[in-house]
Design a protein around this ligand. Structure first.
Ligand SMILES: Cc1cc2nc3c(=O)[nH]c(=O)nc-3n(C[C@H](O)[C@H](O)[C@H](O)COP(=O)(O)O)c2cc1C
Length: 391
């Protein structure tokens, strides 16, 4: 094959590979009572009334022959983004496709893969000839979402998941956010100089918290923080979730796995605490620094394992964030405090963070620094009232 005149199948695959698909596993029970499964990217909805779906198995696929022999009923499992291993296993030819795959029975007795996003019990209504494939039309008998999380996507030969381009429709986009930070820069610098502490401004963009500006009177270190990205995942970024739109808050909470019940309740309570106080804060330098240095390394190591480890570290930090009961008699390892800055029409524009000193400091000293932060964030909000006021 020369690259100038590749065979038509190659061009077909390459062209169609640019169209992303979801990934589903079509299942049934064999007459011997064994689960059968086939990974398909060709699953699609067809008709609402009556509810029809379709998929296109290759005429030569052994699993399709087995599915056909098993009867008129089949199930469709829509795979979740974290089920790539299952997708590959069930796509590989061989008898042991279900080894290590957990499943249970649907109301119609078909295998439902544990952890899949949604499941549909179907009845075959027609099988049509479609070139080297068949087109199987099925009527949906029962269906339901069992785990509302991101689905697995297949695109140009690789797997991934969906990430919304913009988290909060109606919220200012990155360009506007950076402009707002710039308008507030003199106030940020004055706060750094008055407190002698490092101050950073964070924006929320594309599901990530991005450090947009940093000021510190005495250290060059602050500038290194600019551009740092941290996933918007409880408990990190709680001030954005507390003061952002419902959509932002729901997105933040949805980053916890569905089985994280108590963790979710803690995260929701954390948002109330922040709104009551008017700021968020963290104690404990060790965990705080671990998160920051993982954030810095992330640009260099974006492997799945590194991302997973980062997310686990963040979730473990929960008890250090926004502790509910503070004692005026105690000293605290004050790591950072964060306050919201608002645009009068666009709502939450960015947040300001004041970084605490090494070691422990008395409660009163900590609260005095936080008061200065909150005051400065209000001045920033006032400064933003004059931006875009003509429209
Ligand atoms: C992401 C993905 C999508 C697939 N989509 C289809 C499909 O729509 N139709 C099909 O016949 N095979 C599809 N396959 C291939 C089959 O899953 C699988 O390789 C085949 O059934 C295994 O062979 P066997 O059934 O002969 O054991 C897909 C595989 C993958 C990994």
């Amino acid at each position: 094959m020369d690259n100038l005149h590749p065979p038509v199948e190659h061009v077909f695959r390459q062209t169609l590979g640019h169209y992303p698909t979801g990934v589903a596993v079509v299942t049934a029970m064999s007459p011997e009572g064994k689960p059968i499964g086939m990974t398909v990217g060709s699953f699609t909805s067809v008709s609402l009334d009556p509810p029809l779906i379709a998929f296109l198995p290759s005429k030569t696929a052994r699993t399709w022959a087995a599915l056909r022999d098993s009867g008129e009923a089949f199930g469709v499992n829509i795979l979740a983004a974290d089920q790539e291993v299952i997708c590959r296993r069930i796509a590989s030819p061989g008898a042991d496709k279900f080894t290590g795959v957990e499943w249970h029975s649907s109301p119609a007795g078909m295998p439902v893969l544990d952890g899949c996003v949604a499941y549909l019990d179907c009845r075959t209504v027609e099988v049509r000839d479609a070139g080297d494939h068949d087109l199987v039309l099925g009527e949906v008998v029962q269906m339901g979402v069992q785990r509302p999380t991101e689905s697995l996507l297949f695109f140009r030969g690789g797997y991934g998941s969906f990430r919304p381009r913009s988290l909060a429709a109606g919220a200012p986009q990155l360009f506007d956010q950076l402009r707002y930070v710039d308008v507030a820069r003199p106030i940020i610098e004055r706060l750094a100089s008055d407190t002698g502490r490092e101050i950073t401004a964070l924006v929320l963009h594309d599901g990530e918290l991005v450090t947009a500006a940093a000021a510190n009177d005495s250290s060059q270190l602050a500038r290194i923080r600019v551009g740092r990205q941290t996933p918007f995942l409880p408990p990190v970024g709680a001030v954005f979730a507390a003061y952002g739109t419902d959509r932002v808050r729901d997105y933040w909470l949805s980053q916890l796995p569905p089985d994280a019940g108590p963790e979710k309740q803690r995260a929701e309570r954390m948002l109330e605490t922040i709104r009551e106080r008017g700021f968020g804060f963290t104690v404990g330098h060790e965990i705080g620094r671990a998160i920051e240095s993982m954030g810095d390394r992330r640009g260099r190591d974006a492997s799945t394992a590194a991302v997973r480890a980062f997310r686990q570290t963040i979730r473990r930090a929960s008890q250090h964030y926004n502790i509910e009961f503070l004692s005026p008699q105690r000293a605290y390892e004050f790591h950072a405090a964060t306050a919201p800055v608002f645009h009068p029409r666009h709502g939450l524009a960015f947040t300001l963070t004041l970084w605490g000193p090494n070691g422990e400091i008395p409660f009163d000293t900590m609260m005095a620094a936080i008061d200065q932060l909150v005051h400065a964030s209000r001045l920033c909000s006032d400064a933003l009232s004059y931006v875009d006021s003509e429209c």
